[in-house]
Design a protein around this ligand. Structure first.
Ligand code: FAD
Ligand code: DHB
Length: 392
């Protein structure tokens, strides 16, 4: 098989890149190791920056997002049994964010691609990228029980944190920077209306909790739990009791409880791989970097990488100018490090460290109080949360 851009991974990064290239007349092929239903059901992100919404518009993939996405005007911070609203439009000059699940973005992009897009193969696992330094790198992959090859002009490694693309970089040119946080998240999906219109980030001595949603009838909630937690050790009543304790305030507020339909534990890590390009292999999204989920930046970062990458490939295709492609890694990494810094700040400010002492606790409260007391500090958080500057 031969194509211009071989895309490894059919997550949000790979699928969006395929759509943007296809609309610009550049042919590509997407190889996805899992089944269609697996990638469409995998519960993950939900909060979209405006730049991510704009990118889905550009890709012609925002029809259902427009109809069903929930536009949010801010978030709530909870600590010391009090609630504090951060009004994003007022603090940022008009920014909002949108709740629309990653599962739905993936479903929309898969449906478009299968209807009129470039080839997309499920259960096609890339095994290796060969000769990335040459003019025609080759992706070796397994599909329908046999090994096959895809010869490309460019290869986009969009295969997430556990993919094979990053491992293709020679050790001599790779640097990676990582931090593992000493806690995890237990995430649940529940068939119950959200307990209010806003996302709530709550910090207490019992640990962090996050209230989010998927629709007017489905809630998405997260609880800080110890590393190594088995979700089976958390029967539904225990989850609801713990969430209610962590969100408790000295005012009238009730947590809505209902049937829990999914429960899973996620570890928390920051990781950045430099550079994001080797020869004709370009990494995008979780394949190159991951952030702890507290700032809701992972999917948004994947989308901003893809916007730059699509623009760079389109520019090369139309004008022969490779400058943006040559700057791809440097340009993306600037934003990646800012998102990593923001996600790390949010994570450290809101979680109780297992080895934390009274001093740590006071420092976290001082950081939170600075945000609620200073318009300047609140505006900085609101600007970072609602959209780090786009690079395109
Ligand atoms: P992925 O979604 O991981 O996609 C990679 C794809 O490549 C997968 O489909 C995989 O099956 C495939 N693949 C892997 N190896 C191969 C191979 N060898 N061959 C072929 N295919 C392969 N981000 C936000 O912005 N906002 C949030 O609110 C948010 N909340 C989150 C909550 C949780 C609990 C978690 C876990 C993550 C959250 N994130 C959030 C992060 C976000 O989900 C990821 O950053 C996002 O999925 C990255 O997209 P991607 O396409 O780069 O990678
Ligand atoms: C969601 C996840 C996050 O990590 C976050 O910070 C906000 C919202 C969500 O899944 O809705």
């Amino acid at each position: 098989m031969r194509t211009t851009v071989g895309i490894i991974g059919g997550g949000p990064a790979g699928l969006l890149l395929a759509r943007l290239l296809h609309r610009a007349g550049i042919d590509c092929v997407v190889l996805e190791s899992r089944t269609r239903s697996y990638v469409e059901q995998r519960q993950r992100a939900g909060m979209l920056e405006q730049g991510t919404v704009d990118a889905l518009h550009e890709a012609g993939a925002a029809e259902r997002l427009e109809a069903e996405g929930l536009v949010h005007q801010g978030i709530e911070l909870r600590f010391d049994r009090e609630r504090h609203h951060l009004d994003f439009p007022a603090l940022t000059g008009g920014h909002t964010v949108t709740i629309y699940a990653q599962t739905e973005i993936v479903k929309d992009l898969v449906a478009l691609q299968l209807a009129d897009g470039p080839p997309l193969s499920f259960e096609a696992a890339a095994l290796a990228v060969e000769q990335p330094e040459s003019a025609t790198p080759v992706v070796r992959f397994r599909h329908e029980g046999r090994e096959q090859t895809l010869t490309c002009d460019w290869v986009a490694g969009c295969d997430g944190f556990h993919g094979i693309s990053r491992a293709t970089f020679p050790a001599g040119i790779s640097s990676s920077y990582a931090h593992d946080y000493p806690y995890s998240w237990l995430g649940i999906m529940a068939e119950v209306p959200p307990s209010g219109g806003e996302l709530i980030y709550a910090r207490g001595e019992r640990g962090f909790a996050l209230h989010s949603m998927r629709s007017s009838s489905v809630s998405r909630l997260y609880l800080q739990v110890p590393v190594g937690t088995d979700p089976d050790g958390w029967p539904d009543d225990r989850v609801w009791d713990e969430l209610a304790a962590r969100f408790a305030i000295d005012a009238d507020w009730t947590l809505n409880r209902g049937p829990i339909t999914a429960k899973s534990v996620t570890s928390m890590r920051s990781y950045v791989h430099e550079p994001m390009r080797h020869g004709r292999l370009l990494l995008a999204g979780d394949a190159a970097h991951i952030v702890p989920p507290t700032g809701a930046k992972g999917l948004n970062l994947a989308v901003s990488d893809v916007r730059v990458l699509a623009r760079a490939l389109i520019e090369l295709h139309r004008t022969g100018d490779a400058q943006l492609l040559d700057n791809y890694s440097e340009l993306c990494l600037q934003r990646v490090w800012q998102a990593t810094r923001f996600s790390d700040d949010m994570t450290r400010m809101l979680h109780a460290r297992p080895d934390g002492d009274a001093f740590d606790h006071r420092m976290q409260l001082a950081r939170l109080r600075r945000i609620t007391a200073s318009r300047h500090a609140a505006a900085e958080l609101a600007a970072d949360y609602s959209g780090l500057p786009l690079l395109t």
